[in-house]
Design a protein around this ligand. Structure first.
Ligand code: ADP
Ligand code: MG
Length: 628
């Protein structure tokens, strides 16, 4: 029994009255879950003591639930088709929008006209929403296990630039995972909350987020405890991975490996080289200089040292790029560098001392680095969830966000009329009047679009609906008021009404790339009632499809790059190909699978050579990039 009960103002003292709420940082590479306990927000660890959950999901034919996290990540290389990483990049995207990534991705997208893309796995077709839901489910289980009860509600963070469809997809994933999503919160806003900046009176905060593969900068404005995102900018292909590439290139130069020799490096050697580069980079955060040694092959190893100054020379051009982007964000927000009161650092790469130093120079003040840059977003989300679930006084923290892209309507001539410009604070309601353009016109189609461009075809279509029963009048006489409403989660509804007759029509923009409630229900039901009987049939069909895919892909590869192979190698590949052709006609999915595996083994070296070719091209491209 407690001898003394200490309570915080506005907080319940009785444990049973305290509702469990968590914040979830659903990241591209890693995800985290955090909660507030005894007034302190912190992330929750799994049974092994790990806080970061790799955002990787692996489906297997036998298990009801997919494997999520480190275990899944370790299978990415050997089971690429069933192991999905970085699914966040597909959230809220249409098939057509991700198809162009096809050749770079190991996944097998279902060729479908449906708006939500699906990836073929041994456990069936999976949408990005279901895959994200698997990650969320894993975090939910972790939270319920360590908190000992069911969760009342969660706050999930999303990038500030996520559009309506991407936000809706994230919410759907939460619902599918059985979570009560209290709201979505912008990642930079969460970081600012973690630092308690909402307790300050006012000021402008810059949130600088440099991760492994992406960079984001957001400018926030705080007025009387209310946050507003004034602008966001970033680069989806810039991060710590690029630091690693720059170091790897330097090592090759030092080791005297010319272009021709680097061409011969296998996939594993390149991976090893990048790992060495990454380790050196991270070690240089603590030390002035480190010794590195790389084994290119049995006869060829190189070792040497790299110091901070050398590292700085390599990464300065990359850091400079982020500063140029910061300048743009400030310009968009219409604020000067001097106006920025606080700079908050997010993302693993902000541990790098040069990044901190350069940022400090640019903003003329040291950035905030006290909270672990990996955890800061989840911690802010947890603080917000704690308020929303009613553990604190309601008015303690009210967060405002902005819409990332302008919302508008299609008007005559295929043009866009913007109703709510981008970076407008939400929730927001705006109305505009339109009229008919033909005498006696009794119906009107409202086409809602999102984007910055002038032409409808350059913007994204969010939905259409029609207003009927407009009284017949001469052209230009009717007054049709169209109202756009965006709620606190960034979700839009549009209403159109004719003034004299009061006829009205409206839609809730359930964006075309989200799932309907019915679909979600069906999926939930399916996952429970899926009969064992059809598993065998499905496995067979899937292995056949997989076999066809492998055969096709190999034939194309042989056509394109057959000259990378010796005659003997071609023979053994053709032998394995023939075997697969034969078993594919049978009805034993295990045999087909083992034939596919055999063929994969027979072509590993071939794949490595092809990969090496393309990586070399990528590294060469990178070099050009760096000096522009
Ligand atoms: P993402 O947001 O892309 O998931 P993270 O925020 O987890 O990525 O950041 C990962 C990056 O941070 C990697 O490039 C990693 O090498 C880098 N990083 C982690 N620790 C350090 C360190 N101590 N010094 C420098 N870079 C680091
Ligand atoms: Mg991140």
């Amino acid at each position: 029994m407690a001898l003394l009960q200490i309570s915080e103002p506005g907080q319940s003292t009785k444990p049973h009255e305290r509702r469990l709420a968590v914040g979830i940082d659903l990241g591209t590479t890693n995800s985290l879950v955090a909660t507030v306990r005894s007034g302190q927000a912190d992330t929750l660890a799994d049974e092994q003591g790990e806080h970061l959950l790799p955002s990787v999901v692996r489906y297997t034919a036998t298990d009801a639930e997919p494997e999520v996290g480190l275990g899944a990540k370790q299978h990415a290389a050997i089971d690429p088709l069933n192991t999905i990483s970085s699914v966040k990049r597909f959230m809220g995207r249409a098939v057509s929008e991700i198809k162009h990534l096809g050749s770079q991705l190991p996944y097998d997208f279902v060729d479908t006209e449906a708006s939500v893309p699906r990836i073929k796995t041994v456990a069936g077709e999976k949408s990005p929403i279901e895959i994200s839901a698997a990650i969320l489910t894993s975090l939910k289980q972790r939270a319920e296990q360590s908190l000992g009860d069911e969760l009342t509600g969660v706050v999930i963070t999303v990038p500030a630039y996520f559009d309506d469809a991407q936000r809706q997809a994230t919410k759907d994933a939460g619902k599918l995972a059985g979570l009560n999503v209290l709201r979505l919160l912008n990642e930079p806003t969460a970081a600012a909350v973690a630092y308690g900046l909402d307790k300050d009176a006012e000021g402008i905060t810059a949130v600088y987020d440099l991760g492994g593969g992406t960079f984001d900068i957001s400018i926030l404005k705080l007025t009387k405890g209310v946050f507003e995102v004034m602008s966001t900018a970033g680069d989806t292909a810039l991060g710590g991975d690029d630091f690693d590439h720059a170091i790897a290139k330097w090592i090759m130069e030092q080791a005297g490996i010319n272009d021709e020799a680097s061409n011969k490096l296998g996939q594993n050697q390149i991976r090893h080289l990048l790992k060495v580069a990454c380790d050196a980079k991270e070690a240089l955060t603590e030390k002035e200089s480190v010794t590195i040694s790389v084994t290119f092959d049995e006869k060829n190893t190189w070792s040497g040292t790299i110091n901070r100054e050398q590292l700085n020379n390599l990464i300065d051009p990359l850091i400079q790029k982020t500063i140029v982007t910061c300048r743009r964000a400030l310009r968009d927000a219409n604020v000067k560098v001097d106006d920025v009161q606080t700079v908050v650092m997010v993302g693993g790469s902000t541990r790098n001392l040069r990044v901190r130093e350069k940022l400090g120079e640019f903003f003329a003040q040291p950035p905030m680095v006290d909270i672990d840059p990996d955890k800061v977003v989840a911690i802010g989300a947890a603080l917000q969830a704690d308020v929303l679930v009613g553990n604190k006084a309601d008015d303690e923290m009210l967060l405002l966000d902005v819409i990332p892209l302008s919302l508008g309507l299609e008007t005559m001539g295929n043009l866009v009329e913007k109703i709510i410009p981008r970076n407008t604070t939400i929730p927001v309601t705006r109305a505009q009047d339109f009229t008919t353009f033909k005498d006696g016109q009794t119906a009107m189609t409202i086409h809602v679009v999102q984007g910055e461009r002038e032409l409808v075809s350059d913007c994204r279509s969010l939905g259409r609906f029609s207003l009927h029963d407009i009284p017949a009048m001469v052209a230009g006489a009717a007054r049709i008021r169209v109202m756009f409403q965006v709620d606190a989660d960034g979700l839009l509804s549009v209403t159109a009404s004719e003034e004299t007759s009061q006829v009205e029509a409206s839609i809730q923009i359930k964006p075309s790339y989200g799932l309907t409630d019915t679909e979600i229900e069906t999926m939930l039901r399916d996952s429970i009632t899926h009969a064992k009987g059809d598993v065998e049939a499905r496995n067979l069909r899937e292995q056949q499809v997989e076999a066809d895919r492998v055969i096709d892909a190999l034939q194309i590869a042989l056509q394109q790059d057959g000259d990378l192979l010796e005659e003997g190698e071609v023979k053994s590949i053709e032998q394995a190909l023939l075997e697969l052709h034969q078993v594919r006609e049978g009805d034993d999915h295990r045999k087909i699978k083992s034939s596919i595996d055999k063929l994969n083994t027979a072509t590993t070296e071939f794949a490595a050579r092809r990969m090496n070719n393309s990586i070399k091209q990528a590294l060469a491209g990178h070099q050009v990039d760096e000096f522009d």
